[in-house]
Design a protein around this ligand. Structure first.
Ligand SMILES: [Zn+2]
Length: 411
């Protein structure tokens, strides 16, 4: 299913954003300012030829992966984000844990955090982990600082499947956070061939993550990778055809490594199609063919989420979460049906214990500038952060005045 891409192109931009930034990030630079997302619309790319689409006889011509900053959809700039914007500095609130509290979960969360398992959970959205900051890029050192910040403030990574399964059994006072990495770039996961032995590049996102774990061993391998398996410019299971030194036959190995090591796999379509533009059958083919590729890399893997490229819903929104496609060559039908659809913005999501929890429209926080710290500060200032009570049997809910918690039986 991996048709060769005959034209080698310069990576001009591929990102999930459709200009639907949350209020907390709307004052940051535009999508053209960071050097990675400088393409125009599809029409422009047709006329300039600067950005070639996938080389296929079955797909419509002129498709690009350019950012679509002029998108008509703006579904995710919810009021939630607005209320969370502008958090003031509260960085000292983390305090420092006493030696006696450094048990299985060291770090420096605020020891007075009141459990609240009805609170909000951040779903962070990353793209490139690279040498500069931008709307779709996080500089490597900054990424490391993000991990430090979250750790020190009491946040621990979980998978989206853990949220779905209410498997958030963190020790008391800690909060879950969901990392998502979109577009399957080599910047996220790169191998180095060291005399025949493949090693993870320590300067790639995974490399930085693993290094962080060396000194924070309870930082689990939990993050959601929203994959492309047939996009251009190396966005094909983390690199192919020698792009950034990545060989095509390393692709499945990388995806399997992620699944084997605790990370979660997510569908992001075959080549980042703007699903709003296409008929139902095409939408399903984009999603199902990518699922088929994931299944080829990790047979039997149960994908439970997809991320909308650029946040664009298909005309038939239900097709984002369930549908099917029949391979004309083999006659085999691939079906998909999952509960989670990731949007591109919108602020922290609701707790799975909240009756209004709706994974079919899961908002995310684009990691731009100080978005993480601002969101933490706002959540904590307003008492809206999900904070574990350390008791898997009950759901902690802040009582009036937030000085004590009442409980209810979980699940
Ligand atoms: Zn994307």
């Amino acid at each position: 299913m991996y048709r060769p891409l005959a034209v080698s192109v310069i990576f001009l931009g591929l990102a999930c954003n459709s200009g639907t930034k949350s209020a907390s990030t709307s004052t940051t630079s535009s999508s053209t300012s960071n050097g990675t997302a400088v393409t125009g619309s599809d029409q422009q790319s047709n006329t300039t030829g600067a950005l070639s689409g996938p080389n296929s006889t079955t797909e419509p011509s002129g498709t690009s992966y350019a950012t679509n900053s002029g998108s008509a959809t703006n579904q995710s700039a919810s009021g939630t984000a607005a209320t969370l914007a502008g958090g003031v500095g509260n960085g000292s609130a983390s305090g420092s844990a006493s030696a006696s509290s450094r048990t299985a979960w060291p770090g420096k969360p605020n020891p007075s955090r009141v459990p609240n398992e009805m609170g909000r959970i951040m779903v962070l959205e990353y793209h490139l982990i690279t040498d500069h900051n931008g709307d779709y890029a996080r500089e490597r050192g900054q990424f490391r600082k993000d991990l430090e910040l979250l750790y020190d403030r009491g946040y621990r990574p979980v998978n989206m499947s853990d949220v779905l399964d209410k498997n958030l059994n963190l020790p008391k006072g800690l909060s879950p956070v969901v990392f998502t990495f979109d577009d399957a770039s080599p910047e996220q996961f790169r191998y180095i061939n060291n005399n025949g032995k493949l090693e993870i590049d320590p300067t790639s996102g995974i490399g930085i993550w693993l290094d962080f774990r060396k000194t924070h061993p309870e930082w689990n391998n939990k993050a959601v990778f929203c994959l492309l398996s047939g996009a251009q410019a190396g966005h094909n299971f983390f690199g192919d055809r020698g792009i950034q030194g990545q060989l095509s036959n390393w692709r499945f190995q990388k995806v399997k490594w992620l699944a084997d090591n605790g990370f979660e796999l997510c569908d992001h379509t075959l080549w980042h199609a703007q699903l709003s533009k296409y008929p139902d059958a095409f939408v399903q083919e984009q999603i199902a063919r990518n699922l088929l590729a994931i299944d080829s890399a990790v047979p039997g893997y149960r994908v439970r989420s997809m991320a909308l490229p650029q946040g664009l819903w298909p005309k038939n929104r239900a097709l984002a979460s369930h549908g099917s496609w029949t391979d004309p060559k083999t006659g085999k039908t691939v079906t998909y049906n999952w509960p989670v659809v990731f949007e591109v913005a919108g602020g922290p999501m609701r707790s799975p214990y909240d009756p209004a929890f709706n994974p079919g429209m899961t908002p995310r926080i684009q990691v731009i500038g100080n978005a993480i710290e601002n969101t933490i500060n706002s959540l904590e200032r307003t008492g809206n952060a999900y904070i574990s009570d350390g008791n898997p049997a009950v759901v902690a809910r802040p009582a009036a005045g937030s000085v004590s918690t009442s409980v209810a039986v979980k699940k």
